[in-house]
Design a protein around this ligand. Structure first.
Ligand code: XMP
Length: 320
């Protein structure tokens, strides 16, 4: 059993001191590397690593082409304001090549995971002189792996690093005793901006989890534009999570007096506390109509907007 430090017990000052010390002792005069996604866990790990190692920590953010509007730039700017340099690695071509022609949901997820670990981040790690990887694993990830919800994985294998050659590589997981609420508390004490904590959950496969069928650059752009409208109009809804899904079926609509066989966006907005179960939020019909109007006005090619009224289970929060 791994030790748990609850959010209530967590003394952010002594925890930070201890972890900074651990990272320094482990890395010595070497260098470390980490991948930042902009999520809470990887953001907090980046701050701890930065405090411990300064410029000897190389933090990369991988632009996979699947993130929300301006998301990568925003995350880089938050860290720039904190004095942390983040390197953007443009891997859009590789991700879209891996997603080409893939329509099966699990294969899509797998293509994204493989491209991230083995092709892009794996290459960066293999080509760098860093032998230490900082990872934002939290206790819940460990529990979910044990319970079989998440796949047990050997990170080095995922990175395409042969265990023989991997000798000398080490993973540092400074958040492994914490759960999400503890990580948030720690992040706030480290000066991370509220915007990073107030963000609604966002899945690893990013917008590709919200495109039914092939995730082409054009189709991702469609769901990205719809997401801008949905996040703007539902920001004050108090809902747990809200998102748009691009469907494959087309329907006839009228645009500028002409018949247009166009695309459909489904809006999902969830009330939930832990994402395990969820119910559709009872949005007002006025707000729903406004969503319909503004999505159709701002997203080229969309002629139909629907609202999901199924609960989880058996539905899931994301569409794939
Ligand atoms: P589902 O769709 O399974 O989602 O009901 C439950 C919660 O998890 C998020 N989600 C993910 N988060 N990587 C993540 O880090 C993923 O692959 C992933 N898939 C779903 C989802 O947004 C929701 O909050």
């Amino acid at each position: 059993m791994r030790k748990e430090v609850t959010a209530g017990e967590l003394n952010t000052e002594s925890f930070t001191r201890e972890k900074v010390e651990d990272i320094r002792n482990a890395v010595g005069d070497g260098t470390a590397i980490n991948a930042l996604s902009g999520g809470v866990d990887s953001s907090v790990v980046t701050m701890l690593g930065h405090l411990a190692l300064g410029p000897r920590l190389r933090t990369v953010i991988i632009e996979n082409g699947l993130m929300r509007e301006s998301e990568v730039e925003q995350v880089v700017a938050y860290f720039r304001d904190l004095g942390v340099a983040v390197e953007v690695v443009d891997a859009r071509t590789e991700f879209f090549a891996a997603l080409k022609g893939v329509t099966d949901p699990e294969k899509k997820r797998e293509a994204i995971t493989q491209t991230f670990y083995r092709d892009v981040f794996g290459r960066i790690v293999r080509e760098s002189s860093a032998r230490y990887l900082l990872q934002g694993t939290i206790l819940t990830d460990v529990d979910e792996t044990v319970a079989g919800i998440k796949r047990q994985h050997n990170v080095f294998e995922q990175l395409g690093i042969d265990p023989q050659a991997a000798f000398g590589y080490r993973i540092l997981e400074p958040l492994i005793e914490l759960r999400k609420d503890g990580v948030r508390k720690l992040g706030k004490s480290l000066g991370l901006p509220n915007e990073l904590f107030d963000r609604i959950p966002f899945p690893g496969p990013a917008l590709a989890a919200r495109v039914i069928g092939e995730a082409t650059p054009e189709r991702i752009e469609t769901v990205r534009r719809a997401t801008v409208v949905i996040e703007r109009l539902l920001k004050e809804s108090g809902a747990f999570q809200y998102l748009g899904v691009l469907h494959e079926d087309r329907v006839t609509g009228m645009r500028d007096g002409k018949r247009d066989f166009g695309q459909q966006i489904e809006v999902r907005c969830w009330d939930s506390t832990d994402a395990r179960t969820a119910k559709p939020t009872r949005l007002s019909f006025d707000l729903l109509e406004q969503l319909g109007r503004e999505i159709i006005r701002e997203v080229p090619g969309v002629v139909s907007v629907t609202y999901n009224i199924a609960s989880k289970p058996p539905s899931t929060i994301e569409a794939i």
